[in-house]
Design a protein around this ligand. Structure first.
Ligand code: 3PG
Length: 409
């Protein structure tokens, strides 16, 4: 199946649109990682893993920051006459083709930003036209493959699948910091089959986050919200070793509130995390600050927590205003709906008013929200990673970064 054209010049057939030591800490990795700048890419086919998993509404991109963030590496490859094969995942289609998770809008956006023709296909492997297209690539050509997660093998870190992807190219570049915490085939296994390098975005993410990891100015305040409860709740214990305060909002807070015995109605909770959350609340009572009031949609058992309330905003604000370092990942309410944006906006304003701290924001939804409200400029660094940035700051080893380390080719 083929998809529609991306720019007026797009063709219709396919839519024309070293690390040496495992014990190195995250702080040290960036200094020794093999960089895209260390390899001759001229006339070579480069498999570039990016993260174009951007927030969407009604089929439209509502924030293109992650795509913009990948431009420096793509431009570097274009300037050096490489042939670029781009791979990304979009959403969680669970191994099945699902047009809701098409990456055509992202490829179209990329063509617009680069002002150049970009070929996009919804195929990833086993397609004759795609193979012919890859074989006939010229320097500066760009092909965007279909959503890698349309194949279950991607998230299974399957080596046969990775080998097929690797067969398209001579060099592999990971510029997808935001998915480097996932041991996926195009992030991890592929590095067994191609000489592997970091892209410019990956390097800048690691460099900037390492500064916060290594030497945060106290008090270090972390603000954790968003919806990926399982990923985040499990990390809070580790993050607490670095942070002086952890302010929790968004859906992540619901499980903690339930663990505290509060009424959460029909809110999104992670039941199997309740016991862990109870323990964390006991052990980390001087660090974790939960919402003291919430904004709900609906009544009684059917009600859902949608935002933090005014008293919570005031409590969080008092911590933020005096912070020496701030790390923020995840919106505090369901900001897709304008009625529930107040908490997130108030927290962004409080961060803006802190004029002396090092301030880092991370994650697609948070960065998108800041962008829409023109509030990015007051941050010292804006990371494209959500879960990846959290894991990095928790001091965990990220499979994508580890894989670049171990790659011996
Ligand atoms: C993200 O948005 O955090 C990354 O793209 C990873 O997506 P995932 O949580 O679905 O693996």
């Amino acid at each position: 199946m083929l998809v529609g054209s991306l720019t007026s010049r797009l063709v219709n057939s396919l839519i024309s649109i070293r690390i040496t030591n495992n014990r190195l800490t995250n702080n040290e990795i960036w200094r020794v990682m093999k960089s895209i700048r260390d390899v001759e890419v001229r006339n070579k086919r480069v498999f570039l893993r990016v993260d174009f998993n951007v927030p969407m509404k009604n089929g439209e991109i509502i924030d293109d920051n992650r795509i913009k963030a990948s431009i420096s590496t793509i431009q570097y490859l274009l300037d050096n006459d490489a042939k670029i094969i781009i791979g990304t995942h979009v959403g969680r289609p669970e191994g099945k083709v699902n047009t809701e998770f098409s990456n055509v809008p992202m490829a179209r956006e990329l063509a617009k930003l680069l002002v150049q023709e970009v070929t996009v296909t919804d195929h990833v492997i086993n397609d004759k036209i795609l193979l012919e297209k890859i074989e006939s690539m010229q320097a500066k050509d760009i092909i965007v493959l279909g959503n890698l997660r349309f194949h279950a093998e991607e998230e299974a870190n399957n080596h046969m699948f990775a080998k097929k992807l690797a067969s398209y190219a001579e060099i592999y570049v990971n510029d997808a910091f935001a998915v480097s915490h996932r041991a996926n085939a195009s992030v991890d296994a592929i590095t067994s089959y191609l000489p592997s390098y970091s892209g410019l975005l990956l390097e800048s993410e690691i460099t900037s986050l390492s500064l916060l990891l290594k030497n945060p100015q106290p008090p270090f305040v972390m603000i954790i919200g968003g919806a990926k409860v399982k990923d985040k709740a499990g990390l809070i214990k580790t993050l607490a070793k670095k942070a002086d305060r952890i302010l929790i909002g968004g859906a992540v807070a619901n499980t903690f509130l339930l663990a505290k015995g509060e009424e959460v109605g029909n809110s999104l909770v992670e039941k199997d995390m309740v016991e862990d959350c109870k323990k964390m609340l006991l052990e980390l009572q001087d660090k974790i600050i939960l919402p003291v009031d919430t904004v709900k949609d609906g009544e009684g058992n059917d009600s859902k927590i949608m935002d933090i309330g005014h008293s919570t905003i005031a409590r969080f604000r008092s911590e933020i205003i005096n912070a020496g370092s701030i790390f923020w990942n995840g919106n505090l309410g369901y900001t897709e709906d304008e009625r529930f944006q107040e908490g997130t906006k108030a927290i962004a304003e409080a961060i803006e008013q802190n004029t002396f701290g090092v301030k880092v924001a991370a994650g697609g939804d948070t960065v998108g929200f800041l962008d829409q409200n023109n509030m990015q400029k007051s941050f010292s660094f804006v990371s494209t990673g959500g879960g990846a940035a959290l894991e990095f700051l928790a001091g965990e080893k990220l499979p994508g970064i580890e894989a670049l380390d171990k790659s011996q080719i």
